[in-house]
Design a protein. Structure first.
Lengths: 331, 331
């Protein structure tokens, strides 16, 4: 039996295209001591992995043609050389875009049997944990405050808005279509939404934030970050999570006007973070998020495609804003 | 007897010029209940007050032609309608650029008779307190770390570097001339200095910060902030104090490239602050700074001119980097 993989065929110059990838067959991986063989059930496609194709400036490591495309997956253990894992266990790991992978057991997380494995690509996975720590630890959101989030229909954003609502905050989502906006307000309970593609976007943002913004959860950088800076209240916090507006290019634009002047005048804190810095608190956060899912206070939106071959197009589409919720590829 | 004042004659369009001011005579101010009459001994000219001429975007309030130019001064009480002040007391207050001013007693600070009043325009005044809280509270500088400071020969910067040295940090100052650099290393104990006007500035900065930068105390914004971003260590802190590179213009440049991308990758915190946020801790900080001045560990550099009429030119010169230390106008 062969393994199937999506390989990086060439590094993108400018915008990513599906032809930067190719589907390949390879030998089934063999596991060494302390390793497990995982059959991928599904993996998530997230904008942050685009940064891994830009070279050393990213936390995702150096890019390389011929490498299996990286990504977080969930799967089933089909062979184990590690005593803590048994065949049949559901797990999450950096599977990459492939059908099977051999993983060091210490880099694999066992999924609580009472949890839905697919939730480990969403609310109980990196996306949900990122939303949780970015909002609470970095953003220090408090009841009664106004929380603004960009890429609000994205895998992280749609959870930030819901968590902020649960925390008693006023929530304002920024997204790129009326249809996404309706999902956010009607299904997820966002207080209001603003479409950054509208000609009168800045005026709409002003109207949607009559009391200013206390916490801005930034998934985009660029123009939307610039617009948020002018709405921040004194002592506001900007939680810098990602830069989706700048990933899909080789020529990032300058930073927003008003930095650092507005930071000084309004005593604003901007803090960049990576979710891995909060690893010791993951299980606490997962328990909390699980209770919200159980009670129905929080919903996991997913946007699924089927089969490895569909992944490259699904990624290109994601980078142009095509998804609502977490984009998942099921194998 | 008449009062003498420097008035804002017109708001600058583009760079400030001395003709934006005029010297005027006016009636001696009369004091009401709870007020004191202060004869100005000296006042400080600081870059931050340039922001007060740019309109509502500044913390210094709205500008207005005909207004007395604002600034912090020290003086002597010459008449008092407030029981807590006696004729002859040395005080510090927002005197503005004028020979006499009537002040509400509650906005006046009495100077400890054991302190040199002129130090209240420098290390024991707003400049020194700004350096102290920006370095320790905002920047969280710790022994062994590398602290970089811009406008390092300026009224705040020259104290930041000394306080960082006293705290056991490696200190790197950025300034605009070899002469200033020599003062910083030879008189004030900076570990190294870099001249931002040098063609190979970025390479020199890299060599001066072999272990990267943990705390960057930003007085300038603009290009120097941009260069610091690329030297910041993981979990570094940027203390945003001022934007001198952007004050003297009506068209502030865009923010540095790398915001917010580098903040995310390296988990950097940028925090803007105003010293007034720390008012409750002023007396504690003054005691600490006073001991450093007494022991000689810290030196107050001043750069003095004489007479009200000299103030406008002294301000224009300051904005183009002409000063070393705190620029003071003595009356």
């Amino acid at each position: 039996m062969q393994n199937q993989q999506i390989l990086i065929d060439s590094l993108p110059t400018g915008k990513l295209v599906a032809d930067n990838y190719r589907l390949a067959e390879s030998a089934m991986p063999e596991i060494g001591p302390g390793q497990v063989l995982i059959k991928t059930i599904a993996f998530a496609i997230t904008a942050g992995t685009r940064a891994g194709l830009q070279g050393s400036a990213s936390y995702a490591g150096a890019p390389e043609a011929g490498r299996v495309m990286n990504g977080t997956g969930v799967g089933e253990v089909v062979a184990s050389n590690a005593p803590e894992f048994s065949v049949g266990d559901h797990v999450t790991a950096a599977t990459g875009w492939q059908a099977y992978s051999a993983q060091d057991a210490k880099l694999v997380t066992k999924i609580d049997p009472s949890h839905d494995p697919i939730h480990y690509l969403g609310p109980l996975g990196i996306n949900g944990l990122t939303a949780y720590f970015g909002l609470n630890e970095v953003g220090q959101a408090k009841a009664g405050e106004t929380v603004m989030v960009s890429a609000a229909a994205g895998s992280v954003g749609h959870m930030v808005g819901q968590m902020a609502r649960i925390a008693g905050c006023h929530t304002v989502g920024v997204c790129g279509s009326e249809e996404k906006g309706r999902v956010l307000t009607e299904q997820l309970g966002f207080g209001s939404v603003v479409n950054y593609k509208d000609a009168n976007y800045r005026q709409s943002l002003k109207e949607a934030t009559p009391n200013g913004v206390d916490v801005y959860f930034d998934n985009t950088g660029g123009m939307i970050l610039g617009s948020a800076l002018f709405r921040m209240n004194v002592a506001g916090r900007i939680s810098c999570c990602g830069v989706v507006s700048q990933y899909d290019t080789n020529t990032p634009e300058p930073g927003p006007r008003g930095i650092p002047g507005l930071l000084v005048n309004n005593r604003i804190t901007m803090r960049g973070f990576l979710v891995f810095d909060f690893a010791e608190q993951y299980s606490m956060a997962r328990e909390q998020i699980h209770t919200w899912l159980q009670s129905g206070e929080m919903i996991s939106l997913t946007d699924e495609v089927n089969g490895l071959a569909a992944a490259p197009d699904a990624f290109v589409d994601l980078l142009s804003g095509g998804n609502v919720g977490t984009r998942i590829v099921r194998l």
